[in-house]
Design a protein around this ligand. Structure first.
Ligand SMILES: [Zn+2]
Length: 245
């Protein structure tokens, strides 16, 4: 300090410092939230990717099932042909009609299997369509997520540059304040969400809104000593233009 400053003058500097520190506090908080925001974007995209992979797995199982049914159907049809050939070699009516019943049974099974095959084909087609749509959507989301992440990173750079400006501004103000007063201010700043010095507003602390004893308000108005709120410990001041009774 080149020249000792009065408490009143120092309070003036603290008020100016608070404006700077308020912005520093909010910028630091914004910066701190950025990695979580990026993580959320990546996780959202990741879970969509997993969803598509799962849908592709499901599609594969449907295709395997279809192949299996088609093979079975072919086998049954071969079986019918075989039975039909045997049919004409049978001598007794009883054997003949038993064989006919067997053939009818296999034919009935086949018709059920054909229905199942058609149903599977429809399911496969629908699944394919859905996967194609989701992949298309995913591509767009990937692009927009990338843009969003770039915007966050660009903002991060802006914040850093602003923080460095504010830090220089702070260095210009700080030498005007006594070390002890500054230390007290900084302690409150850290414990009270970046707000360490507040105006008295209508007899109350504008930091925590508790009513203040009139003695405290008078002292805060005179500015001959550092006056703090008994409830939140913030440094108090009364604007010079404000009249108190
Ligand atoms: Zn308070």
């Amino acid at each position: 300090m080149s020249q000792a400053k009065t408490i009143k003058e120092q309070i003036g500097f603290l008020i100016g410092l608070q404006v700077i520190d308020r912005e520093i506090y909010s910028l630091n908080r914004e910066k701190k939230e950025m990695p979580a925001r990026i993580k959320t974007i990546d996780e959202t995209l990741g879970s969509k990717k997993t969803g598509i992979k799962q849908a592709e797995e499901d599609l594969k199982s449907l295709q395997v099932k279809l192949k299996d049914r088609e093979v079975s159907l072919q086998q049954k049809e071969d079986q019918i042909k075989k039975l039909q050939l045997q049919l004409y070699q049978l001598k007794s009516n009883k054997d003949y009609s038993a064989m006919l019943t067997e053939i009818e049974g296999v034919k009935a099974d086949n018709s059920l299997m054909e229905e199942e095959i058609i149903k599977l084909m429809d399911e496969i087609e629908a699944a394919r369509k859905k996967i194609a749509e989701e992949k298309e959507l995913f591509k767009k989301e990937e692009v927009s997520s990338q843009k969003e992440k770039e915007a966050i990173k660009a903002r991060g750079k802006e914040v850093d540059s602003r923080l460095s400006d504010l830090s220089s501004q702070r260095e210009n103000v700080v030498p005007n304040i006594e070390k002890q007063i500054l230390a007290r201010y900084e302690r409150v700043l850290e414990n009270r969400e970046g707000l360490a010095i507040v105006a008295v507003d209508d007899g109350a602390c504008s930091g925590c809104h508790m009513n203040l004893p009139s003695q405290v308000v008078s002292e805060a108005k005179i500015k001959e000593s550092i006056v703090v709120c008994g409830s939140c410990s913030r440094i108090l001041y009364v604007e010079d233009s404000v009249e108190i009774n």
